[in-house]
Design a protein around this ligand. Structure first.
Ligand code: R5P
Length: 286
């Protein structure tokens, strides 16, 4: 039998996945010592295979994942699979300046020590799977973002930079119609400021869906919403796989005039309406 082990930030997704797989769902404990150290533990169980499901959105979540992997080995399982719904530090997949680390590689190496294989949902760049020392695959989940979109008027699916155009194409494909376009994006790595150059697509009176992999500070998405609203779009929707939505990100999107924000349950948030559990379950069975 297989047991699914949720990280504290991935409880809803782990439960949905255990239902998809018809697997046991264990109830870990998540404690903290007075000095701030975390202690994630699992109860006794005697299944052969464990699937640890844990987004690593924070430093504590990284440690918690390593603890859960180790705890299931201690409990005697033969095979550990690690599902990383959202992999933190994946955007630092190279040293952008002299002296910087490749944080994604450092995290991947640590995670590899406690598992037999890894699944990562829509990593920022597919190359991050190469950083693991065990077999690692990316899970495609963007197509699910079309689920809540209904009755769009002459829709345009836009990515805020060229790198995310495949996501916009995927959502358009599942939705079943519409055009696809992208913005040119320049980010000043010193100040963090973003400059978006709009495409020539005519958005006037149309419904526009802006699709990105991550909404973190909301800077990229809110700039794109503003530009498109200023050009006379009817309604502007924001869709992302990973709703990090740090600090006032959601407010930035509202202030920019977004109609609705849709995300998946790789991170648990009020906007996480779409589940990636079916996509993860399909990948696990391949
Ligand atoms: C960058 O390449 C990503 O695809 C996202 O556009 C970016 O991470 C979003 O970050 P923020 O919300 O902080 O602008």
């Amino acid at each position: 039998m297989t047991t699914v082990i949720p990280g504290s930030n991935s409880q809803a997704l782990a439960a949905a996945l255990s239902t998809e797989l018809n697997a046991e769902l264990t109830i870990p404990t998540y404690d903290r010592f007075p000095d701030g150290e975390t202690m994630a533990a699992v109860p006794e169980f005697d299944d052969d295979e464990a699937i640890v499901v844990a987004s690593t959105a924070t430093n504590d979540a990284h440690i918690e994942l390593l603890q859960l992997q180790d705890a299931v080995r201690e409990a005697g399982v033969d095979e550990v699979t690690t599902v990383i719904p959202y992999m933190g530090y994946a955007r630092q997949d190279k040293a952008f300046k002299r002296g910087q680390p490749v944080s994604a590689r450092a995290a991947a190496r640590a995670i590899s020590t406690g598992t037999d294989r890894v699944l990562i949902v829509e990593p920022h760049e597919a190359l991050v799977t190469d950083y693991f020392d065990v077999p690692a695959v990316a899970v495609e989940a963007a197509s699910q973002l079309a689920e809540p979109l209904e009755g769009l008027d002459d829709p345009l699916f836009v990515s805020p930079d060229e790198g995310a155009i495949e996501l916009a194409e995927t959502v358009r494909g599942t939705y079943g119609g519409g055009e696809v376009d992208y913005f040119e994006k320049d980010r000043d790595y010193q100040t963090g400021e973003i400059e978006l150059s709009p495409s020539d697509a005519d958005v006037s009176g149309r419904d526009v869906v802006i699709v990105d992999d991550i909404i973190a500070t909301g800077g990229t998405m809110s700039s794109a919403i503003e530009v498109i609203n200023n050009r006379g779009a009817a309604r502007v929707y924001a869709a992302c796989v990973h709703p990090v939505l740090a600090d006032a990100a959601l407010t930035k999107l509202s202030a920019a005039g977004v109609e609705a924000v849709y995300g998946t349950d790789t991170l648990e948030h009020a906007v996480s309406q779409v589940s990636v559990a079916p996509a993860v379950a399909t990948q696990l069975s391949e």
